[in-house]
Design a protein around this ligand. Structure first.
Ligand code: SF4
Length: 357
């Protein structure tokens, strides 16, 4: 099976993370604490870091939020994007106070002079920019032209705004054209990918809660990634912020684009299962969420598909009613009782992760 061939995009920098070109597809999230609450925001970012978040974003609706970035960025290890709307002065303040990137739409900050000032601040402080076009906030002129939000309107808006930055000799930016409509978002990104080589930030906006949002994001983001489109992504979920990051990685893992952490292959179980596979998987997911090394685990209910899956995995278990077989690199390793399966697998995974450090 061939690997997915990625679209050739230019590379930019978001703090110490490269986005685009041949850099790994980065996984982003956003905080939902008040940005002025430095303690709570830092705690949330640390949780995101622990599950592998590469870049996070904080809303800056006012001066105090932009000023708070100074202390927040001092205390965290990943780059912080400042989310700015309408007020160009907040963009400048965020750049001065440690933002690695500004999510700002040049078209809604009030004219060419203001765009120029923000771009100058970005250049002075080494910030990149994300043009974040969203189906829910397209400008009136485009809505009148197209009648309603559509892929062509999203693309036209993105390219117009890209031109405003290019006119200021600035190309350190990425673009998103998000929509809560999955098909529209797929269409828009595909069209945009043909028209420019800027790195693309993928996302289905306002995707919904954990289950619906995960499915919608996997369909939208996954469809584009399969065509090689996409350099960074955020799964937007109305759920705990760690879930966004974990889901982002699951999408990348499913397409063999980037591996982080333990990938569990498990069977749906049936009457043949030799132990409680569901409970085992739930416990393993919890106890192995701190592992960053890419390790594959096959957790299978019986011998029908167990040895086959285990042969492609680092470790595996195959059910046998208190006579379960553990596999290491596809080879039978030892028999374990039901109640010891989780501990044995956790020990094996942790030892391998240590070795790989
Ligand atoms: Fe059923 Fe065994 Fe297949 Fe699991 S591996 S679904 S227990 S037949």
């Amino acid at each position: 099976m061939d690997k997915i061939k990625r679209r050739k995009s230019r590379q930019i920098r978001v703090g110490n993370v490269l986005v685009g070109g041949d850099s790994p597809i980065s996984v982003q999230s956003m905080t939902n604490t008040p940005t002025t609450d430095v303690k709570a925001t830092v705690e949330q970012i640390k949780r995101q870091e622990r599950v592998g978040c590469d870049i996070t974003r904080c809303s800056c609706p006012d001066r105090d939020s932009a000023l708070a970035l100074k202390e927040i960025t001092r205390q965290v290890n990943i780059p912080v994007v400042a989310d700015i709307h309408f007020d160009y002065r907040l963009g400048i303040l965020a750049a001065e106070n440690g933002a690695a990137c500004l999510r700002i739409n040049p078209g809604n900050i009030g004219g060419a002079d203001r765009v120029k000032t923000v771009v100058q601040a970005a250049k002075d402080y080494g910030c990149s920019i994300r043009i974040g076009v969203n189906g829910g906030s397209l400008d009136k002129k485009l809505l009148e032209k197209y009648g309603e939000p559509c892929a062509d309107a999203l693309v036209e808006s993105a390219l117009e705004q890209a031109k405003m930055l290019e006119d200021n000799d600035f190309r350190e930016f990425k673009i998103s054209v998000k929509s809560s409509n999955t098909l529209m978002m797929i269409d828009a990104y595909k069209k945009l990918a043909e028209k420019c080589d800027y790195p693309l930030h993928l996302g289905v906006t306002e995707a919904g809660g954990l289950r619906a949002g995960t499915v919608k994001s996997a369909m939208g983001i996954g469809a584009l990634l399969m065509e090689g489109i996409g350099d960074t992504l955020r799964v937007s979920l109305t759920a705990d912020v760690e879930e966004e990051v974990k889901t982002g990685y699951e999408i990348l893992k499913a397409l063999d684009l980037r591996h982080r952490g333990v990938r569990i292959i498990s069977c749906p179980t049936c009457a043949r299962r030799g132990y409680d596979v569901q409970k085992t998987v739930e416990e393993l997911e919890k106890r192995l969420s701190h592992i960053a090394a890419p390790i594959t685990l096959a957790v299978m209910g019986c011998v029908v598909n167990g040895p086959g899956e285990a042969s492609h995995s680092d470790f595996g278990v195959c059910g046998g009613h208190d006579d379960n077989m553990l596999f290491v690199k596809g080879k039978p390793y030892k028999k374990v009782k039901d109640e010891n399966i989780v501990d044995e697998l956790v020990n094996l995974v942790e030892a391998k992760a240590k070795e790989e450090k």
